[in-house]
Design a binder for this molecule. Sequence first.
Ligand code: C6P
Length: 437
Amino acid sequence: MTAIHEKNKVAAPRPETGRGSKNGAEAVSDMNDRALGLRGDFPILSSTVGRDKLPLVYLDNAATTQKPRSVIDAISGYYERDNSNVHRSIHELGERATALYEAARERARLFVGAESADEIVFTRGTTEAINLVAYSFCAGLKPGDEILLTQMEHHANIVSWQIAARLFGLVVKFVGITDSGELRLEDYERLVGPRTKMVAVTQMSNVLGTVNPIAKIAGIAHSKGIPLLVDAAQGAAHEGIDVASLGADFLAFSGHKAAGPMGIGVLYGKREFLERMTPWQGGGEMIRTVTLEGFEPNDLPYKFEAGTPNVEGAVGLHAALDYLDSVGTDWIREWEKVLSERAIAGLRSIPGLEIFGSARERGGIVSFEVPGIHAHDMAAFLDSRGIAIRAGHHCAHPLAQRLGVVSTARASFFLYNTLSEVDFFIQTVDEARRRLS
Ligand code: C6P
């Protein structure tokens, strides 16, 4: 444990963070103790950075989270004991690897609350999952049909549809956002029309931290018979997912943003839609038969998994989902709320600093700007103190344009961040303001 993570350095919690039946300060202190304990599960968090060997303060969790020992061990254990190609080889290792791969699919089914493992397609991540739906679903549409997105989407949930629109002659429309960074729900009533064939929205904005009212949006879409795709890249590990209560017909998330490895992600799709959709990539495993004249696609979900899959990724994802459920997504959501409320309160006390987004429902992502200091300079200054944040447009150009900025600095939290880290972060942002402006 490093100096800024020391329990005795935890500052008194702010009164507005009180929760639960215990006295607020006590409850927050208990949660902080738990976060401190959980840090021990993540080997990288005890490492140091920079020439001065500073303790790492990792606040770039929206870009990717760190991985617990159980995930690292699951991946190396797979290569030490079980590695083989899947669904192909009639030998013991082949069968073991296949069983592990399919067990991971069942684990993902449980995590998202899908009815059947056939509705779980492994992809490289959220981006590939959305591209898959944008291509395969839109291939069945007619020129002039419409896709309804929002202005706060990540490029993965914009450009995939724009490519499909170019290929199939579709029209892409956008729901706007308010000055507080919430969706203009009234736009749905205005923009959903007879040609709307898909509504797609992010569960949580990767810039504003806004948590969107997915069930309400699903209600609007479903009342007109339109399916809903949820981009759960920022929601999966932080808000929890249940496709039935969200009303998601499609849902995408990435393993690496949920304590799992890179290069693996999940697409959930309702059977009725997946069955009607055309395969998007051709190759091994996705076919039942092939002749020189054509092919017969395989059953779900293999129809959408062409080529040798990322088995190590699936094994690591399985361990990650076990880990998240052992901590509890309710607890993670509550803790990140405490951390972000504390960060927002602290940042608000810094003269001139602007925070982007003040939605009523928000998660552990805070974007900000100190006028006169470029976000990259802010990030570099924080890095010089061992604090990792992200600076830039966060792959959301249209949102940056709506906010009137080129880039912002962004801190994002996860289950292992502590009150002391938040306080050190605020102190260092203020130091940057004094030194750089
Ligand atoms: N956002 C961020 O720092 P991939 O790259 O496929 O794992 O996830 C794409 C993606 C899709 N939707 C949302 C809401 C996202 O936040 C992301 C990834 C990272 O904000 C990298 S740009």
